[in-house]
Design a protein around this ligand. Sequence first.
Ligand SMILES: [Zn+2]
Length: 354
Amino acid sequence: MIEDSRLFFKKLLQTPSPTGFEEKIQAAVREYMTPFADEIHSDVHGNLIVGKNIDAPYRVMLAGHCDQIGLLVNYIDNEGFLYVLQLGGWDAQHLIGQRVIIWAEKGAISGVIGKKPIHLLTEDERKKTAKIQDLWVDIGAKNKEEAEKLVEIGSPITVELEYRELQNETITAPGTDDKTGAWVVMEALRRTDRSMLKCAVYAVSTVQEEVGLRGAKTSAFGIDPQIGIAVDVTFATDCPTIEKKQNGDIIVGGGPVISRGPNMNTKLVNALVKTAKDNEIPIQICAEGRITGTDANMIQVNRSGVATALVSIPNRYMHSPVEIISLKDIDATANLLARFLEKFDPNESFIPSV
Ligand SMILES: [Zn+2]
């Protein structure tokens, strides 16, 4: 991976994007992508749409959601402790003991999610698992009045953002779901050789995926693509306690995961698999028996229907502060999509029966 795209990835992971509050990350994407785009615009929902070769009548949309799961300040008690709502799906056990940042209007405020010390827990309390409504954020405020000067009801919160390299070109960070996807779609557009393109390409950093795939819905309507490819993370099954018989065989570092199932257009899936073979890009295949909980869901049923595919990055510990992905996988996925776009022939039909 070239150095500037690696730095761009790192920057995305260090930029907060709690669902519904994606302005900072969209600004970072816009800044990086400006030299490589024919057109960049934001819609009123907050999606960032980057176009290349936009005069071509055939439109391919690539979607990666930039929002990350977070929390919202819901209530401040008299002692100055903050109670929260969740933005997206958390396992409350992951949040206990975390350092968090409250992205308040007046600036970032640090806090922690504390818990009663083990010494003081009763037998019964030791057996219980926490719920989100039981958690509180401690910012060190003396009382409610002081806390209210620093944060507002409705201020978004993320766990502390960090980016750490692990072995074998893997990294750990919160929010790899799905800043990896946002990065991949932008990189794919950047890496595509313009002189080979016969279609317009729109890479979209979509918003609010974690609360109902909402940015994909509005941006797909606006772009009106004939083809849509969503890039998200998927469950790696190569760590303890995950049952492969139920979840398939997906490994971190094994390459992009191409899904088959009713949420996908079979011809498009086959074209992506062929692109991978022709370019010797390792891929993994995964079965999705239901409509996926990804942007591919909304894109497929946009207007009168879109030929849709889902390409995923294997992810360990999804929706936790310590998600793991492989840099090799994201790099290969960007290349796969770039090679697909360069070879794409708009005369090809994706209507299943034709
Ligand atoms: Zn997610």
